[in-house]
Design a protein. Sequence first.
Lengths: 330, 441
Amino acid sequence: MTVTVKTAAPRSSASSRSDAGRRRTRRRRRLTVLAFMSPWVVGLGLFFGYPLLATVSYSLTNFDLINSPTWAGFSNYVYMFSKDPLMWVSIENTAWLTVAVTIGRVGFGLLAALVLVKVKRGAGTFRTIFYLPALAPPVAAALSFVFILNPGTGPLNQVLALVGIQGPLWFNDPAFAKPSLTVMAMWTSGTIIVILLASLLDVPADLYEAASLDGAGAWNQFRHITLPSVAPVLTFAVVNSIIVGLQYFTEAVVAGSVASGSSNPAGSSLTLGYPDNSTLTFPMWLYEQAFHQFHMGYASAMATVLFVVSAVFTIVLVRRMRATGVGEEE
Amino acid sequence: MKKAPMAVVLGLATVLSVSACTGTGSPTSGAAAPVSSNEKVTLTVWSNFADRELAGLGTTMAAFHKAHPNITIKNVGSQDDDKITQSIRGGTPPDVAISFTTDNIGQFCSSGSFQNLAPYLSRDKVDLSTIPKATKDYSSFKGTRCAMPLLADVDGLYYNKAMFDKAGISSPPKTISELTADAKKLTTYNADGTIKVAGFVPTPGFYENTVQALSPEFGAKWQNSAGKSSLAASPGWSEMLSWQKSLTDYYGQAKLTKFTSQAGQEYSPDNAFQAGKIAMIIDGEYRTAFIKAQAPNLDYGTAPFPVTDSHPELYGTAYTTGTIVGIPKGAKNAGAAWELIKYLTTDTKPLVSLANLLGNVPTSTVALTSPDLKLPKQFSTFLGLFAGGKLQSNPASSNGGAYIKIVEDFNLKYVTGRSSDLTSGLKSVDQQIDNTNSLGN
């Protein structure tokens, strides 16, 4: 016992010293990690956490941008879902554009990448040509499309007239305004094309050779080799396009304003959503409420709803990405 | 464990709410003292003027500087209402703000973003009786005068005299049915059936075809005595929208849209009236200055805009709006700013000078009869309309004229055939306007 006690004491002391040392090491490591992460943590808190909490806070007030906000409870949310008809119109338009822009960008991007990957001569030139529209500023792109799709003087309708087709009114017709915006979004999908092209070039050629020897046709090769190989990048393209659709703003504002023929500056209340509010997106209506109608509290409530919707989409898609292995180290 | 983060979030939200609720101060009250002659002050004046018009304003303000050598003026153009509001929020407003739209007057006055001028008017015993009622209305809100009218715009009919002569029309139309008949007579088509020259374009939102500009000629009322929206109860609205739709249907909506989509920008030399592609338009008096500068050879005349056949007595009615000027909340030199505003808006000489330089209507009845007014002969129509006692403006609102978008949206929807029930449509518009006005109150 004595021996045990005698021998145990130094062992315990050594063990506690060792535990203390480990704790210190752990603490130091944590502090080091925190120190390295601190710029990100501060940035996240300042530029995401605080604005988010402030937005939620303002959404529960009446706030005209000039005077102090006054408590309004949930009245902004009640108004949003019961008394604001344009809110639903803007949600419908945003949903339409999100679906169409996502299908258009990803579909067209994949198609263009599949064509480009086959091109051998002048591949660099063609890839540059397909990517270039992505560099066009949104305002310039919108102006160009309104010009091209002008129902009276636009080159597209003039060409259609030559072959006996009466062109539609495009941006001046509520039925064609959103499809016109979708075409524009497809035209500027160069970034999607480039990443899909890179992904396609990474697919091992011997897979196609083996499949070909097994008698697989072009469709089966695409379905069983190409698609699974580029699936992670496709998922990223879908996430990216959904975010673009949910935030659709500049192009719709400029196109509506210019097509209306109004002399009011772009973003003016009267031209937002032209024609017939068919291009009025949720972010546009939020902007109108905040800065033209001076309902910052209501706009904050709209922003909160948009955040929740975006977050849900992001969580679902990130889980889907993880399931397909995107972001996982091989 | 899960409750702790939620408690932190709610706690932070509460702190933010409290801090948000105490962020700004109360509006300035009382009149700032005028600057003494030995005190040097620099006034920053913001407006949305540019080029020729900004230079005109500068010339007029130079005369003020000459009379007050201690007050230097920095004349800054291309500043719209969004920028003015932003600067007030940021605590760096100009000393004097000139706004081009009267849609925001309700917000400027009710929020205190433009200072109440009543103490200044009272202290300096400024006589506002020389300013017409409609002009006073669009520069104040619910009894609070936070701005002064700088120059007025008045709408009337512009017509191409050469086209009238060619079509055998001897005088401008006085009623809507005469206008419609003349428009049809003046319209010509290309070989492919597209419109070559439109007699009159009824499309809502095209150039100055706004609901504010057209509704007075139909006797249409915006609100009832309780301040609620009352478009459905005012027959003028139905008459106006029905007329616009019938004329649109006459042309064919697609044809008309193609025609307007290739019309030149309103303020460019390609303006379709100036280019001889439209025979008649509704427009403001400022068009005379644009024609003088951009299409000096155009043979045109002006007249009061025709009125609905059911109310011929309305002839001479005109929509008026204009430029307003105020002292933003937080202005550093409010005393000197008021001196400049008083000079620009109540002194006949600068009013006449600005009217001559900018081609707008001076806002006092004294300036209207000044022999120094040197404006084209066509301008006299607008001076007559301004002095005629039948001016109308649209009501001010505290939400930036949100109701105008609602009405314009329905106007376009009905005229282009996407809504067929006028009565229930107007009732729905009333409901939407009242709902919008309730938000934030």
